[in-house]
Design a protein around this ligand. Structure first.
Ligand code: HEM
Length: 386
């Protein structure tokens, strides 16, 4: 079945995309489940489960090369920039090193870092999370062997507004690549780099994983720490997984994803000519009231009844689902462990999201520390790596 192309949304233009992309997307979504935008090229956006399934499930038709990720040197490389048929075998090899089982050994090391960087004073959650996630990624990927100052310089543009993350930075990229090659020559045991020794694309894959995993996890952690500090239901201080799930729903760091159609096709009943750029949007999907009742409310208990399929996409879905999803969840859990104490209280904050390369908190998120209730930091050891 195919239906005529939906009408253009008058608001849809490059200026709106640059200045207020979330507003532009929401206006488009109000017009229908699939809508066109006129950016520097014409694109089609959809957000319902049938669209998500079609776009994310078929790697032969919907390609990554030529999509939005190609606009930034941080993501135009490695597995992100690999299409079918090469994608499948390379992903299978990489998946082994990012599985829950492979990562379990890292849990205690991440817990140590979380305790060491547990704030003792009122703190701004985004600043704290950026430093902690950088150190956690260094530990997980490189056994903490990469110089932290170099890592900070490489990742800094990802913390700045567009177009900073889009600009080419050949000098810092080649310095980072050289440092990764040095780690690969004698990697600390247990880290992901140690598993990739000998792979011809190891440097590029590790650099891409680092970039893809940094601001996504750091922003998610900032929101999670702030909401945890404001949680009145003790269940979520004991077991924060539903709170993490709700943060990932309401503020999906990967708010937009894109592909290019390799052939004439159809998606959710809409014709998609070859060469069309198609967008899927976890942000819109997660805020669709027909899928998520009262979608803008923060309610960790909403997952008790399960979740509709192809409607919860914080890590995308299908064969290109996030390579680092297990690692991200592990870092989030370990980072939040020391903050589960009642000594941490929500301060003022503006959690409304702002869209750049990834979604980030629009304002400062303060977490206060009640010294009277703060116990000395103890090294917390995980239960079975969860
Ligand atoms: C909360 C944290 C994270 C979020 C929300 C997130 C989200 C996503 C999403 C939505 C995609 C799909 C992008 C697309 O369709 O174009 C993706 C892909 C990817 N992510 Fe993550 N990510 C996170 C953490 C990480 C971490 C820690 C790593 C490090 C290993 C990582 C590495 C990757 C890679 C390499 C891909 C590309 C996979 C492929 O194309 O086969 N991510 N991520």
């Amino acid at each position: 079945m195919s239906v005529a192309m939906p009408p253009a949304v008058p608001l849809a233009d490059l200026w709106g995309w640059t200045a207020h992309p979330l507003r532009l997307l929401s206006a488009g979504a109000a017009a229908g489940p699939v809508f066109p935008l006129r950016l520097w090229r014409r694109v089609l956006v959809g957000y319902r489960p049938d669209w998500n399934r079609a776009v994310l499930g078929d790697l032969d038709t919907f390609r990554s090369v030529g999509s939005l990720s190609g606009l930034t040197p941080y993501l135009a490389a490695g597995i992100v920039h690999t299409d079918a048929p090469e994608h499948h075998p390379r992903r299978r090899q990489l998946n082994r090193h990012f599985s829950t089982r492979a990562l379990a050994a890292l849990s205690d090391r991440l817990a140590e870092l979380a305790v060491r960087y547990r704030p003792a004073e009122t703190f701004e959650a985004s600043r704290w999370s950026a430093t902690l996630v950088r150190r956690m990624l260094n530990a997980a990927l490189f056994g903490s062997a990469l110089p932290d100052a170099l890592l900070a310089r490489f990742l800094a543009p990802l913390d700045r507004r567009l177009p900073a993350p889009l600009l080419p930075r050949p000098r810092i990229f080649s310095r980072l690549d050289a440092a990764i090659a040095t780690v690969l020559a004698a990697p600390p045991p247990g880290c992901v780099a140690a598993q990739l020794v000998g792979a011809p694309d190891a440097v590029e894959q590790l650099r891409t994983a680092l970039a893809a995993g940094y601001d996504t996890t750091a922003h998610t952690l900032a929101w999670a720490a702030w909401h945890l500090a404001g949680e009145t239901d003790d269940r979520y201080r004991t077991e924060p997984d539903p709170l993490i799930d709700e943060v990932l729903r309401l503020y999906p760091a990967g708010w937009i994803g894109s592909r290019v159609a390799a052939r004439d096709t159809g998606c959710a009943g809409v014709p998609v000519p070859a060469g069309t750029m198609v967008l899927y949007s976890p942000y819109l999907t997660h805020r669709d009231p027909s899928l998520w009742p009262d979608p803008t409310a923060f309610r960790p208990d909403r997952f008790a009844d399960g979740r509709p399929s192809w409607s919860y996409l914080p890590f995308a879905a299908g064969p290109r689902t996030c390579l680092g999803a297990h690692l991200a969840r592990l870092m989030l859990r370990r980072a939040l462990d020391p903050l589960r104490a009642p000594a941490f209280r929500q301060g003022t904050g503006d959690p409304a999201p702002r869209a750049g390369l990834t979604l980030r908190p629009g304002g400062r998120l303060l977490v206060e520390v009640d010294h009277a209730r703060l116990r000395p930091a103890r090294r917390s050891v995980s239960a079975g790596g969860r």
